[in-house]
Design a binder for this molecule. Structure first.
Ligand code: 13P
Length: 253
């Protein structure tokens, strides 16, 4: 059996100035300590990446970015390249978050280009997929997810995807306090793994980590993590407070 190491990731979205981010990261590093069983990543805003990277150097925490642009450099006002993220200390990058799809016009096609850029630079892409409330109500959940996966991952080889992580974030559960039930989460995670199996075979499907995101809190993480295909969490609101987030990280204890 392939052992999938859990990953608990914090997406700080557009919260925290640089000094606030550094302070939070330091407190979190202290509270998390050395957890041998779980990987932990935080994704602060771009402006805080480098300073947070310095602050967590000796800790168990890893750094991620919330977005990237696929070109290496050029006249692309406001965008950030993969090598800029690497030089700021990033190891992971979140791609295709539903807020980016909803407010900034990202499509499955742009998501695909961003994953390609991450893969080419050995950044670990966290591909976010998820259905809206309307999709779920009209029984379109699986077709929507299938399309996001197929187009998002179009043209990649098996080897390209060895660093890939998937995050299932039902849009209706983000920041709403509504969590998918553990059975809903397991059902979708199982489906996502089966789509990977069909396209890339069992070995890759079994090794890819699939995170759940959407109102994850200290009081629901354990039951989510008990599901066979839930390999971690992508946490928004509850990752902003070091104590709350460290309680999520320590879900095994
Ligand atoms: P919340 O945990 O605040 O619902 O946000 C989830 C999310 O969007 C993480 O990327």
């Amino acid at each position: 059996m392939i052992d999938r190491r859990p990953l608990i990731a914090g997406n700080w979205k557009m919260f925290k100035t640089c000094s606030e981010a550094v302070e939070t990261a330091k407190q979190l590093a202290h509270l998390v300590g050395i957890d041998q069983e779980v990987d932990v990543m935080i994704a602060p805003p771009f402006t805080a990446l480098e300073k947070v990277s310095d602050a967590i150097k000796e800790s168990h925490l890893s750094l991620g970015a919330q977005n990237l642009f696929w070109e290496s450099e050029g006249a692309y006002t406001g965008e950030i390249s993969p090598s800029m993220l690497i030089s700021a200390g990033c190891e992971y990058v979140i791609i295709g978050h539903s807020e980016r799809r909803q407010y900034f016009g990202e499509s499955d096609e742009t998501v695909n280009r961003k994953i390609r850029a991450a893969v080419n630079h050995d950044l670990k892409p966290i591909l976010c997929v998820g259905e809206s409330e309307k999709d779920r109500e009209s029984n379109d959940t699986f077709s929507v997810l299938d399309k996001q996966m197929k187009i998002g991952l179009k043209g990649f080889s098996l080897d390209d995807l060895k660093l890939l992580i998937i995050a299932y974030e039902p849009v209706w559960a983000i920041g709403t306090g509504k969590t998918a039930t553990v059975d809903q989460a397991q059902e979708v995670h199982g489906f996502l793994r089966s789509t990977l199996d069909k396209s890339y075979g069992n070995k890759l499907a079994k090794s890819i980590r699939i995170l759940y995101g959407g109102s994850v809190k200290p009081n629901n993480i354990s039951e989510l993590m008990a599901m066979a295909d839930v390999d971690g969490a992508l946490v928004g609101g509850a990752s902003l407070d070091p104590e709350t987030f460290s309680n999520i990280v320590h879900f095994l204890k």
